[in-house]
Structure formats: structure tokens, C-alpha cells
Design a protein around this ligand. Structure first.
Ligand code: AMP
Length: 206
């Protein structure tokens, strides 16, 4: 089972991927999360993330392949944030071939720009377990994670300037990627301005 969730910044990729991964009992692999983990000890990556720039295809692919080779991915995975370039499509095809897996569906989440800004500038992340909170799903206690009690903080790349750059980068890179999966009959485009559960239900309906 391989599901790819794609969409611009704050389209809800993380939350929706979590819901889908839980429902299918497979891990949610987010390249953004993998990179944010590495950025804690790697200044170069940290600077790129803060500027909203893409990490090189080779570096991110190496990081992803290592993660997908772990035992918990044997049954499959929900991939969030990759591929983001044409080259990454190729790399992903090579990785999947080695793992003897096929993509079941590529789900594109679409959200209007105004909502992206609103969501990004109001969202926070638990520094302990990584759970995200935002306008559609606030924490019960302000700045405290419902799940683990950790502190909630704004992501360093969630600023107005970076959002614009990330929206532009996504638009620029996504066209050909989406076209590639559309031609293969794998693409499902979903309006992601509403509630998570309904969106995933809609997206996974066969
Ligand atoms: P995300 O959490 O998916 O919004 O990703 C956050 C940031 O991580 C992006 O703005 C990029 O800088 C970087 N990133 C995540 N996935 C990739 C990828 N597949 N290729 C290059 N950079 C990536």
C-alpha cells in the first residue's frame, strides 16, 4: 500500500496523512518532518528550511530511502511531501521498484491562498511529539499538546515571507508532477478547505 499526499503549504498534508495512515495501519512518512529532525543538528539544512527553499533531490532522496527501508514500512506507507520535482518522481520509481511496491493513489489537497495564510500564521506544533494544531483543530488548553502535554510552538518557516515563497515553489514544481500522475490515472484532487475525515473518506473512495 503506497499513498502519496501532495499539496501546497498548509493544505493539511500532515493532518490528513496521519488520519489515513492510522486508518490503514501503516506509517506516515513526511519528508518535511524528517528534514526538521535533521535540521536540529545540521545548520545548512536548517537555513534552507527557514528560507523556504527545497533541499537537493539527492540529499532528500537518500534520507527518504533510508527511512522507507525500515521494517515498519513493509506493509506500505503514506508519503507526504515527496516527490516535489520531476527528478524525485524518477527516484521514487526506483525506490519503489527495489521495495517491490506500487503507488495506489496520489491525493492532491487544494486550498485557496487566503486560507493557506490564515492556517499557517495560526498553526502550532508540539515540540515533543510533533502533533500539529491550528484554526480547524485547536488544542484544548492554549499552547499545550492534548496528546503528550508538550509545549506548542510556531514553526520557524511559518512566516508570511516564507509562505509566499513556499506557495510559489509548490505551484512552479507541482504542475508537471500532477500531470504525470494524472496521466497514469492515479491522481485524485480533493478540496481540502473542509474537515479532515470527510476529505480522506472522499479521497480514498475506490
Ligand atoms: P513540508 O513540511 O512538506 O511543508 O516541508 C517543509 C520544507 O522541507 C519544505 O519547504 C522544503 O524546504 C523541505 N522539503 C520537504 N520535502 C522536500 C522534498 N521532497 N524535496 C526538497 N525539499 C523538501
Amino acid at each position: 500500500m503506497v499513498y502519496i499526499i501532495t499539496g501546497g503549504p498548509a493544505s493539511g498534508k500532515g493532518t490528513r496523512s496521519d488520519i489515513l495512515a492510522n486508518a490503514l495501519q501503516i506509517p506516515h512518512i513526511s519528508t518535511g518532518d524528517l528534514l526538521r529532525g535533521i535540521a536540529q543538528t545540521d545548520k545548512n539544512i536548517q537555513e534552507k528550511l527557514t528560507r523556504g527553499e527545497l533541499i537537493s533531490d539527492e540529499i532528500i532522496t537518500k534520507i527518504l530511502e533510508e527511512r522507507l527501508n525500515k521494517e515498519d514500512c513493509e506493509k506500505g506507507f503514506v508519503l507526504d511531501g515527496y516527490p516535489r520535482t520531476l527528478k524525485q518522481i524518477d527516484y521514487l520509481n526506483q525506490i519503489l521498484e527495489k521495495l517491490n511496491k506500487k503507488i495506489d493513489r496520489v491525493i492532491e489537497l487544494v486550498v485557496p491562498d487566503e486560507l493557506v495564510y490564515k492556517r499557517i500564521l495560526e498553526r502550532k506544533k508540539c515540540i515533543r511529539c510533533g502533533r500539529m494544531y491550528g484554526i480547524d483543530f485547536p488544542s484544548k488548553i492554549k499552547n499545550v499538546c492534548d496528546k503528550c502535554g508538550g509545549k506548542l510552538e510556531v514553526r520557524t518557516d511559518d512566516t508570511k515571507e516564507t509562505v509566499k515563497k513556499r506557495i510559489d515553489t509548490y505551484r512552479e514544481n507541482s504542475k508537471e508532477i500532477l500531470e504525470y500522475y494524472r496521466k497514469k490515472g492515479l491522481l485524485k484532487t480533493v478540496d481540502a478547505s473542509g474537515h479532515s475525515e470527510r476529505i480522506i473518506q472522499e479521497a480514498t473512495e475506490a
